[in-house]
Ligand binder design. Structure first.
Ligand SMILES: [Fe+2]
Length: 222
C-alpha cells in the first residue's frame, strides 16, 4: 500500500500577510511539479546487493556508471523492478489520472556509483516522460538529491529568504530503499560526496558509495 500523503502538494494556497490592514489575499500554487517518494519497505537481499555492487562499470561525468543500461531486465532484480513498476503506476494514476487505457513502460535503467570527491553531474533525461532514482543503500542524514528549476527569469531578484516560489533549486533527503519519481524534464544532481558511509565498511570494493538505479524513457504504450 503506497502512502499518498507523500504525494500531497505542500499547500494549495497561502495567506498573504504582507498586505495593508483591512485587506486580505491568497497566493495560489499553480502547476506544481510532482516529485514522488516511495519506499520499498524491505531489506534488499545479499544476492541483490552483491549483484548491484559487482557490476562492470565505466567512467561517467563526475562519477562511475554501469556498462549495463538495462539493469532492471536482470532476473535477480525482478522484485525491485516490480516495486518500481507498481510505484510508477501509482504516480501515473495519481498525478495524470489518464482517461484512456494507457500505461508506462520501463525502458533504460542503470547503476551509478559515486566515490568520495565525486558527484553526479546536473542533467535531465531527454526522450523520456517520467524518471526515477532508486537507492539500494543510502544514508538519510547525509545523502540528498537536488532538483533545479530552469525557467527563464526576466529579472534575477536576490531573496532575503528562500521559499518554494523563489528557489532555483531544492534538495530532498534520500535513504535506503527510497525511490524518487519525477518528470524527466526536471534537472537533478548529486553534490560532491565528502566521505564514505558506515555501510561501506562491509563491502569488498570501496568504489560504490552512493549508488542508485535509474529508470527513464517510459513512453505511453498507447
Ligand atoms: Fe538522472
Amino acid at each position: 500500500m503506497i502512502n499518498h500523503s507523500l504525494l500531497a502538494p505542500i499547500s494549495v494556497a497561502k495567506e498573504n500577510q504582507n498586505l495593508p490592514n483591512k485587506t486580505s489575499g491568497l497566493i495560489h500554487n499553480l502547476f506544481p511539479t510532482a516529485v514522488g517518494t516511495y519506499k520499498v519497505n524491505r531489506e534488499l537481499t545479499e544476492k541483490e546487493l552483491k549483484f548491484i555492487k559487482e557490476q562492470e562499470t565505466r567512467p561517467n561525468m563526475g562519477n562511475i556508471t554501469s556498462v549495463d543500461n538495462y539493469i532492471l531486465k536482470n532476473k535477480i532484480l525482478s522484485k525491485i523492478r516490480t516495486f518500481i513498476q507498481d510505484s510508477i503506476k501509482d504516480y501515473f494514476e495519481t498525478i495524470y489520472k489518464p482517461n484512456n487505457d494507457v500505461s508506462l513502460q520501463i525502458t533504460q535503467s542503470w547503476l551509478n556509483y559515486t566515490e568520495p570527491g565525486q558527484h553526479h553531474h546536473k542533467h535531465a533525461h531527454p526522450n523520456s516522460f517520467i524518471s526515477g532514482v532508486f537507492y539500494p543503500q543510502a544514508n538519510k542524514e547525509t545523502d540528498k538529491i537536488f532538483f533545479f528549476r530552469e525557467q527563464y527569469q526576466a529579472l534575477s531578484i536576490k531573496p532575503r529568504e528562500w521559499n518554494i516560489w523563489n528557489s532555483e533549486s531544492w534538495w530532498l533527503e534520500v535513504g535506503t530503499g527510497d525511490l524518487m519519481i519525477f518528470p524527466s524534464r526536471l534537472s537533478h544532481m548529486v553534490e560532491t560526496v565528502n566521505s564514505y558511509r558506515d555501510w561501506e565498511t562491509d563491502r569488498k570494493s570501496t568504489r560504490l558509495n552512493s549508488s542508485h538505479l535509474k529508470l527513464s524513457r517510459m513512453p505511453s504504450s498507447a
